[in-house]
Structures are given as structure tokens and as C-alpha cells.
Design a protein around this ligand. Structure first.
Ligand SMILES: [Cu+2]
Length: 141
């Protein structure tokens, strides 16, 4: 009788997994740190020629978006949000007394003037509106 023992051992080779290292190449500083953006100044836009200024008129108020200006040419965008007719009058250096068109309630008009340094009176020349509060002042430097 023959007993044949047949053993085989399989040597399992454990393959070492190669870990691929991603080399981060810092090449010459091409991709540098982000540069700080240029500083921006939050300026209110200085008065330029033809600057528009919103003016809202009502019974009985006179509201200007800006009342401190520098000398130059301005277009007043007059918006009558009331129901009575209104207008805008100005009195000051270099212009004497002038006024815009009178506009009915719900209408708009534009009025362009050139202002010099000084203080201007602003009011509504319709009826007795000025006495009822439709007036303000404008300072030009
Ligand atoms: Cu008025």
C-alpha cells in the first residue's frame, strides 16, 4: 500500500501595493498666493457735470436727494407725487431767481441749472406752497 501524501504549499506572495504619491511640485512660484484686490473707495459720486438729483414734491413737502453739492451743472429730476401742481424755484448766486416748469400731480419734469458756490433757496413757487412748508436750502461748495 502506498500512501502518497501530496502536499503542496502555495506560497502566496503578498504583493505590496505601490502607493503612488502625488508629488506636489512647487514649481517656481508660478501659482502664487492670490493678490489682494486693489482697494476700492466707497465714495459718494462727486458732483459731475449733468449729475441728476431726484426731487420729490408733494403737499406740502420738498425733498431733495442731495442738498450738499459742488459747483457744476445739475439736472433736477422733479417728481410730483402729490395731486396739486408743483414746481421748483431756485434763488442764489449767478442765477437770480429761476424756476422749472409747473407740473401737475403724478407728472415729472427735468430742469437743468448750473450752480456756483454759495447757498441757494429752494421752494415751490405755486400758490402759497412755500408758506406751507415746500422750501429748503441747497449748499454748493
Ligand atoms: Cu407746490
Amino acid at each position: 500500500m502506498h500512501r502518497i501524501t501530496h502536499r503542496r504549499r502555495l506560497a502566496l506572495a503578498t504583493g505590496a501595493a505601490a502607493v503612488a504619491l502625488l508629488a506636489v511640485s512647487g514649481c517656481g512660484g508660478g501659482a502664487g498666493a492670490p493678490e489682494a484686490p486693489p482697494a476700492r473707495q466707497a465714495t459718494t459720486s462727486p458732483a459731475q457735470q449733468g449729475s441728476m438729483i431726484n426731487v420729490t414734491v408733494n403737499e406740502f413737502s420738498f425733498v431733495m436727494a442731495k442738498r450738499d453739492l459742488t459747483a457744476g451743472t445739475y439736472t433736477f429730476m422733479l417728481d410730483n407725487v402729490g395731486s396739486a401742481p408743483h414746481a421748483m424755484a431756485l434763488k442764489g448766486p449767478g442765477m437770480g431767481t429761476q424756476q422749472s416748469d409747473v407740473i401737475d400731480g403724478g407728472k415729472k419734469t427735468e430742469w437743468t441749472v448750473t450752480l456756483q458756490p454759495g447757498t441757494y433757496e429752494v421752494w415751490c413757487p405755486v400758490g402759497n406752497h412755500r408758506a406751507q412748508g415746500m422750501e429748503t436750502t441747497l449748499t454748493v461748495k
